[in-house]
Design a protein around this ligand. Structure first.
Ligand SMILES: [Zn+2]
Length: 269
């Protein structure tokens, strides 16, 4: 069977990026078993032939109605699939879906009837909100970065903006590349509507949402940039831990040095 990617270099490039990031997630130890999810809005890359492609699945309910998703298309990691397999065979471990006109259901159109991630409703709620506010962001990523998750087991870091300030202070680039920081979401049941709603809310104010004792949810223009956000924040966590392992609390950049960064790079916070 011909892949939807054949003869569509722009779409293939996006899927190749997803596969590349999936490989990084595995290599970093952030994607054990089937952990983590990726969804990317590919609507801008869809041509008339794709719009006319027949469904290869029955109509499936999202579970919520998302009015801004009418006629949109997404690449979604498959439910139960491994990131390390997605890295090698993206179209066997993920699929492309079309949101139907009722904005509450979808069909799979290519390449195989791989059911999307069980976290599809929360990912689509985020995409719906991004479209609603005119954002250029197309990619959403949920993964399990070890050191960042470890830090959420320590109560003193869970206050508003405590972890953001600490991570910013470990190396100047973190504030420059994650200028809105890390929004903390107290523990909620995975896949719950409450967790999804809180994620949407936090991503209005922060670059990345941190799910206490679970993982992160990042959004950006493409999947590579969403990965970069998490990578930069986790690098700061690693520097903090490395300094602690030397037997001392790291000093961190001073408040004055952080203000200097904000002014020099014209940062929002
Ligand atoms: Zn997870």
């Amino acid at each position: 069977m011909k892949s939807i990617l054949e003869g569509r270099p722009a779409l293939k490039k996006e899927v190749d990026k997803i596969a590349e990031v999936a490989g990084y997630l595995w290599q970093k130890g952030w994607a054990e078993r089937n952990g983590g999810n990726i969804t990317v809005n590919i609507t801008d890359l869809v041509d008339d032939e794709i719009k006319n492609m027949p469904a290869i699945s029955e109509v499936k309910q999202i579970g919520v109605t998302l009015p801004h998703l009418k006629g949109t298309y997404f690449f979604c990691k498959g439910t139960g699939m491994r990131m390390r397999d997605l890295a090698r065979w993206p179209m066997d471990n993920g699929s492309i879906i079309r949101i139907l006109d009722d904005c509450a259901s979808y069909v799979i159109i290519a390449d195989n009837p791989v059911n999307p991630t069980s976290e599809l409703p929360s990912h689509l709620m985020v995409h719906n909100h991004l479209i609603e506010k005119g954002s250029t962001f197309k990619a959403s990523l949920h993964t399990h970065p070890i050191e960042l998750i470890a830090m959420t087991h320590i109560r003193k870091f869970m206050g508003k903006d405590v972890l953001t300030k600490l991570l910013w202070s470990m190396i100047p680039e973190t504030k420059a590349f994650c200028p809105k920081g890390l929004g903390i979401i107290p523990y909620e049941l995975p896949s719950s509507v409450k967790l999804a709603e809180e994620t949407v809310r936090q991503l209005d104010d922060y670059d990345v949402a941190m799910w206490e004792k679970h993982g992160v949810f990042a959004i950006d223009n493409d999947i590579m940039a969403a990965f970069d956000q998490v990578d930069v924040l986790n690098k700061s966590a690693l520097i903090y831990i490395a300094a602690k392992n030397m037997g001392a609390d790291p000093e961190g950049m001073s408040d004055a040095q952080m203000v200097e960064m904000t002014k020099a790079f014209n940062l929002p916070k």
